[in-house]
Design a protein around this ligand. Structure first.
Ligand SMILES: Nc1ncnc2c1ncn2[C@@H]1O[C@H](COP(=O)(O)OP(=O)(O)OP(=O)(O)O)[C@@H](O)[C@H]1O
Length: 231
């Protein structure tokens, strides 16, 4: 279960995020600039709320009243961003194992099982320059899953890929809940992606979460906001 009730002001932008999430995969949807990545940064601890509370699976990450603000490396969160962000001088395997060896993380999935799940066997000895964009993003997905103890956050993981690679990676992402039994937050501006990946969705508009009753409502809301982006 993920619970958050937080406020944050960044420049002239005021964000108020409040939700209780109980399903395995929640998609966070909204048009560009709505505040999706801001929410991810606040939950991960890379940015701190001005006030409020964040709790994941019974662990308090942030509570302004109690003076709790767990540093990001203690939150057990794996993250995938729009670009792979791999170390170029490491092999794929060294990149994947890096958070375990350097950040004192314990993996809750077996390395070999993950390699099979994401078809990474033939890529393990390659460095970043020897991987395609889709392959590199698959490696960074593997690294994030290995580092995830409490929560996995995927922030627009398909956005740097072409349509063929998007579909391919989406299939791999669909397999993750089979091995990783922790909540997943999947951020996207694409209603199609949200429909394919998530069990429930949060819709963010201008820094506020709006309730939605059905996946079709996401299309409608984005259309009303004039967002034509789609895969
Ligand atoms: N440090 C900051 N200071 C001031 N404004 C910021 C800061 N970080 C983000 N913003 C603003 O907050 C708003 C939300 O940004 P955010 O990155 O969360 O949007 P997003 O929904 O993830 O968009 P995209 O889909 O384009 O990545 C934007 O208007 C952005 O310019």
């Amino acid at each position: 279960m993920i619970f958050f009730d937080i406020d944050k002001t960044l420049g002239t932008n005021k964000f108020t995020f409040q939700a209780t999430l109980t399903r395995p995969v929640t998609t966070v949807v909204g048009k560009s600039g709505a505040g999706k990545s801001t929410l991810a940064l606040l939950i991960s601890g890379l940015s701190s709320p001005d006030k409020g509370r964040i709790q994941v699976e019974g662990r308090i990450f942030f509570d302004s009243e109690k003076g709790i603000n767990l540093p990001c490396e203690k939150r057990g969160i794996g993250m995938v961003f729009q670009n792979p962000r791999l170390f170029p001088h490491f092999t794929a395997e060294e990149n994947m194992r890096f958070p375990l060896s350097h950040c004192n993380r314990k993996s809750i999935v077996k390395f070999d099982e993950l390699v099979d799940l994401l078809d990474l066997g033939s890529l393990l000895k390659r460095k970043l320059g020897e991987l395609s964009g889709g392959e590199a993003q698959r490696v960074s997905l593997g690294r994030a899953i290995l580092a995830s103890e409490q929560l996995l956050i995927l922030d627009e993981p398909l956005s740097s890929l072409d349509i063929v690679r998007k579909k391919e990676l989406l299939e791999y992402i669909g397999r993750i809940p089979c091995v990783l039994r922790i909540p997943i937050l999947y951020i996207t501006h694409s209603p199609n992606e949200a429909k394919k990946v998530g069990n429930e969705s949060l819709f963010i508009d201008a820094g506020q979460i709006e309730p939605i009753d059905s996946p079709e409502e996401i299309f409608q809301k984005l259309q009303n906001l004039g967002d034509q982006n789609e895969i």
